[in-house]
Design a protein around this ligand. Sequence first.
Ligand SMILES: [Mg+2]
Length: 221
Amino acid sequence: MGKRPIWARIIHLIDELCSMGKDLRTKCALFLDRDGVINMDTGYPHRIEDIVFIDGIFEFCRRAAALDLALIIATNQAGIARGYYAETDFLSLMEWMKGRFAEEGIEFLDVYHCPYHPQGIGQYCRVSDERKPAPGMLLRAMRDHALDLARSFLIGDRDSDIAAGKSVGLAGNILFAPGYRNSESQRVDSDADAVVATLSEAAVWLENRVRPTSRKLDRFE
Ligand SMILES: [Mg+2]
């Protein structure tokens, strides 16, 4: 076997550079549940007047985005399956919500929702692998946006959120349990990697875990 011709080595080099580029482009995400994390879960909120934002949500999103985490909403919307509101109601509410976040300097990479429920009605009555705790929405986001799930995070207010994140091996799953420290006797039994009472605590937790190497290097600059 002789040496590879120069053109073969050039093609090999280009191929190497392209795959390096692909690795560099791989995004990491923060998946956010909507009801109970972004806005109060007031029981199937679906109109603008139903929306009460959770304290600190804008600041939390800005701090996550500063860690180069792409913000993605993944929300079960069984209210559509149950006939409480239409899928178009959900979509227009999200347009309004994205506009509100844009005013705060925050952009979502994407929004995924699951309108199905096994006890739903009509076309929405079915078991769906996108309904959390199943991880279908996270997997679809990974394919759509070339996400690195092993370096991505999730925040939710229910065990079904945490289970979805765990099942695809996310780097960290945060359970947002507002007020859980109000009672010393109240125990939070969860598989989550962190349980936080405020979104500010969640931001600190993320900041301590994302890119610890580069953050360490920053201190020497
Ligand atoms: Mg929720």
